[in-house]
Design a protein around this ligand. Sequence first.
Ligand code: NAD
Length: 253
Amino acid sequence: MTVTDKTAVVTGAGSRRGIGRATAHTLAAAGWNVAVLDLDEASAKDAAHEVADRNGVQAVGIGCDITDEASVENALTVLDGALPPVGALVNNAGITSPVPFLEVTGEEWDRVFAVNVRGAFNVTRRLAPGMAERGFGRIVFLSSVSAERGGGVFGGVAYSAAKAAELGFTRALARELGARGVTVNAVAPGLIDTDITGGALEGERKEQLIAGIPVGRNGRVADVADLITFLCREETGYVTGATYDVNGGAHIH
Ligand code: NAD
């Protein structure tokens, strides 16, 4: 199949060591043109340059706060016409929060939901109509093992609840859009080596966590990026509403 006439939008792909940037690269290596949306405009542009240089596709990086509908509208308007039509969306931008429930404030709860849930809604709501109209789309949500097992690695209740909301979002949207050629799936990574925890999971704590992982190491961004790219293939059109674990066996259920 060819995806050279299509664009994949990856949110939160600015982060240098993040899952989003790795995904932007694997999608581009598979032929997708790529649009990077990130709160950090400089990193979004840097990621787009890197992706275009390494993979010979078209790529654009745009500064965008996905929690803000106007910002999403502006970013995606820039994209219209600049790149081929959007065929895939990876709802990757996310934040975590380790605050225990007995200490969490309403503001902290809202902050976590604003990015992980409302942000994904803002971008998906803007892009899904075009996919449905063109009869092709691949939407992938970055949920987490935290949603399945109830936190316990780093994220607290707010993060687990937000990541579980993404699973409900995935499943209900898969039902609505299936007949329009749009698949919607979720990936649920375990501990992946990125900067999301701000260095809070290092040393002995990290060793303890790795001891509980059957494959004997923590996850790499490429482990997740490959799975997402597989779910975005045109040939993967009969997989929808699914949640794929990528956790080295840390949570087998
Ligand atoms: P990361 O912190 O490396 O990258 C997150 C990116 O999202 C950053 O570039 C950041 O600028 C961007 N972002 C944050 N708020 C934003 C906003 N309002 N608008 C636009 N961009 C915004 O994180 P990561 O570890 O690569 O995680 C990516 C996704 O995978 C997240 O949804 C996370 O919850 C999920 N996840 C990660 C792990 C893990 O262990 N790293 C495990 C399970 C799930």
